[in-house]
Ligand binder design. Structure first.
Ligand code: ATP
Ligand code: NI
Length: 363
């Protein structure tokens, strides 16, 4: 396995009138070639700022103040704007929440995709047109040849998002950064677009950094995921492990916000409290004011990201890491939460950390 993206110790701050906002604080993660990597956390966690850093799109008053972002081994942070632009167009595709806004209203959808293909892959116009039509067809636009000549306003929200995915794929990138790509869509369309994204990532062998505030979204789509809180990674894990065996109380809290089979569309209440002020975060563990297991030590020590089995500092290569004192100093009360996961049949599987320590239930 080779990493297509390595982010190491990234720190991004915004110099605002109210004060210095530390949006991303010492963030490290890697994405393997071809894998779908979820980045999840509540609003303000720093997910979008991390994604924009990868794209070289942090503007004033923001500054990348430390760390490295290596794309296929090359440090993006030392590239000039024109080098960055070519990486962005040729090797990294993007899909944002508002796909219609990302499309130019005065050109047809097909022309825009064909233009990108001409520009970045050097195809002659007719071949670019053919490739654009094939892509539109592949992302599920019915009658793609006719639809090629539609303007963005003639496309529905879901179709715009499909077109955006076609655009992102048009140059055969190594990585697609998708920031809340389905948040604006209704639930049924969302599910279809996520399936499509997963399918295409596989077919085109492209890695995806999928940013979402919704743990339910990554569950069916991602290979691994990172949970962010207040600018930091609090947990990284292969998706099944994250889902069935969360190591960080914040992840466990997010879990209880996933709607279950049989629920109404309304999301269950999330974790009480709110994300701390990024200008003046609490001392110690940033999650401690909201954490039901917080102890005195948590107000003093900011827990490092460690391998939860060994307590050793996590490296970029580790698939499993969590930042909670439980795994180093040990909390006297431990982490005693239970996670309920809706099974395929609608049954609820309940487990606790204690059960897991005894070998875990069969799932
Ligand atoms: N241009 C900016 N100027 C000042 N502060 C900013 C700017 N962009 C982001 N921030 C701050 O950085 C922090 C992280 O923001 P970010 O947009 O990355 O959060 P997010 O996890 O993507 O949340 P959401 O789910 O709402 O999109 C927030 O506190 C936000 O207010
Ligand atoms: Ni965001």
């Amino acid at each position: 396995m080779t990493a297509v993206l390595e982010v190491e110790d990234l720190t991004v701050r915004f110099y605002t009138e109210e004060g210095v906002v530390t949006a991303v604080d010492g963030l490290s993660y890697r994405i393997e070639a071809g894998e779908t990597f979820g980045v999840v956390g509540e609003s303000g966690a720093g997910k979008s700022v991390a994604a924009l850093s990868v794209l070289g799109l942090i503007d004033s008053p923001g500054r990348i103040e430390g760390g490295e972002v290596r794309f296929e081994g090359e440090d993006l942070l030392s590239m000039d704007e024109s080098e960055l632009r070519s990486v962005r167009g040729d090797e990294v595709g993007t899909v944002f929440q508002d796909a219609r806004a990302a499309l130019n209203p005065v050109y047809t959808v097909g022309e825009q995709i064909a233009e990108t293909i001409e520009h970045h892959l050097g195809y002659p116009p007719s071949a670019a047109r053919d490739r654009a039509i094939r892509l539109l067809d592949r992302v599920g636009i019915a009658d793609a040849e006719t639809r090629y000549s539609d303007y963005p306003h003639e496309f529905s929200g879901g179709m715009c998002q499909r077109a955006a995915i076609a655009m992102a794929l048009s140059c055969d990138p190594e990585l697609i950064v998708a920031d809340e790509p389905t948040t604006a869509l209704d639930v049924t369309v969302e599910a279809r677009i996520l399936d499509l994204l997963a399918e295409l990532a596989d077919e085109f062998d492209v890695a995806v950094q999928l940013v979402t505030h919704d743990l339910g979204v990554i569950a069916g789509t991602c290979d691994r995921a990172m949970v962010m809180y207040a600018g930091e990674a609090v947990e990284t894990a292969p998706i099944e492990e994250l889902y069935y065996d969360p190591k960080h109380p914040y992840t466990a809290g997010l879990m209880s916000a996933i709607p279950r089979v049989g629920d109404d569309d309304d999301r269950l209440p999330t974790i009480p409290g709110t994300m701390p002020d990024p200008i003046d975060p609490p001392p110690g563990c940033r999650f401690h004011p909201r954490c039901p297991f917080a102890e005195e030590a948590c107000t003093r020590t900011d827990p490092a990201l460690v391998d939860p089995e060994t307590g050793e500092a996590a490296t970029l290569d580790d698939d499993r890491a969590a930042a909670c004192l439980e795994y180093t100093e040990g909390l006297s009360g431990g982490l005693d939460y239970s996670v309920e996961v809706a099974g395929g049949t609608g049954e609820h599987v309940e487990k606790t950390i204690d059960e897991r320590d005894e070998g875990g239930p069969d799932e």
